[in-house]
Design a protein around this ligand. Structure first.
Ligand code: A3P
Length: 284
């Protein structure tokens, strides 16, 4: 299966019909929560966080049901059918869609979006390694070429810069929470509390402890329902690497040359100049 072209972008594991469904037909409910990210920014981590918050820290759901059924991606093949099955609980969804292709019915709803962004240099590194194991993506010849594609937006889901800019237009709205991968790393408990408040869910300290434990990198790495080891080999080749790779911030320093890093900073400054929001990674 290859990526599909949709309005000038490439998307994996889907069809034009499924993308049209997500954009035009999916009826968002006011109670829905969306986990929105550019790929490799902490999507899977947030799936686990939302699942564990939903179950008050009880890991049963996370241990028995694959993450793509707990917090399904709305833009992939088969979403319409999957949605029909979620009836007796609050709905949580994931999406990598750029803002302009996101469900039209979201605009006038009270549904909530948690947008998680990550230091773009770490996103590039994680995406590079992920492209080696994900057969739906072009195999990256080397990091330098991959970086060029990252900076020009020539990758599935398009440009990181456009994605972040598009979604940050919602900053300040009551139903939009901007979160970063680095926040989760630095202060997981504080982040969990912020997310609980945002989605209107109260957890006591013991439940928070349980969430913390079950969303840790170590626990998730060993959880087959979270580490993508159930994905068929024709899609993911886990002999070439792991989905739960390193789970750290700053790994870009092990990959970028000084010249690559300086050029990246230059592009970042140009592309993010008009954003109007101070991003946490501007100084490094
Ligand atoms: P690395 O490749 O840098 O290790 P996504 O889910 O958006 O595809 O992002 C995947 C990245 O998030 C991978 O980064 C993965 O290891 C990391 N990740 C997933 N769960 C994590 C956790 N519990 N703690 C820290 N990092 C996590």
């Amino acid at each position: 299966m290859e990526c599909v072209e949709y309005k000038g972008y490439r998307f994996p594991a889907t069809t034009v019909k499924d993308l049209e469904f997500a954009e035009n037909e999916l009826q968002v409910l006011d109670d829905d929560v969306f986990n929105v990210t550019y790929p490799k920014s902490g999507t899977t981590w947030m799936i686990e966080i939302l699942s564990l918050i939903h179950s008050n820290g009880d890991p049963t759901w996370s241990q028995e049901v694959p993450n793509w059924d707990r917090v399904p991606w709305i833009e992939v093949q088969g979403t319409e059918e999957k949605l029909k099955k979620i009836q007796d609980r609050r709905r949580y969804f994931s999406s990598h869609l750029p803002r302009q292709f996101f469900c039209k019915s979201f605009t006038n709803s009270k549904a909530k979006v948690i947008y998680t962004a990550r230091h773009p240099k770490d996103v590039a590194v994680s995406f590079y390694h992920f492209s080696k194991i994900n057969k739906l993506f072009e195999y990256p010849e080397n990091f330098d070429l991959f970086l060029k594609n990252f900076l020009s937006g020539n990758l599935p889901y398009g440009s990181w810069f456009d994605h972040v800019k598009g979604w940050l237009e919602l900053a300040g709205k009551d139903n939009f929470l901007f979160n970063t991968y680095e926040d989760l790393q630095k202060d997981l408990r504080g982040s969990l509390k912020r997310i609980c408040t945002f989605i209107g869910k109260e957890l006591d300290e013991a439940a928070l402890d349980a969430v913390m434990e079950n969303v840790s990198f170590k626990t998730m790495k060993d959880n087959r329902m979270a580490n993508f080891s159930l994905v068929p080999e024709r899609i993911m080749d886990l002999t070439k690497g792991q989905f739960m790779r390193k789970g750290i911030s700053g790994d870009w320093k092990n990959h970028f040359t000084v010249a690559q890093s300086e050029y990246f900073d230059k592009v970042f400054k140009e592309k993010m100049a008009d954003i109007g929001v101070k991003l946490p990674w501007e100084e490094n």
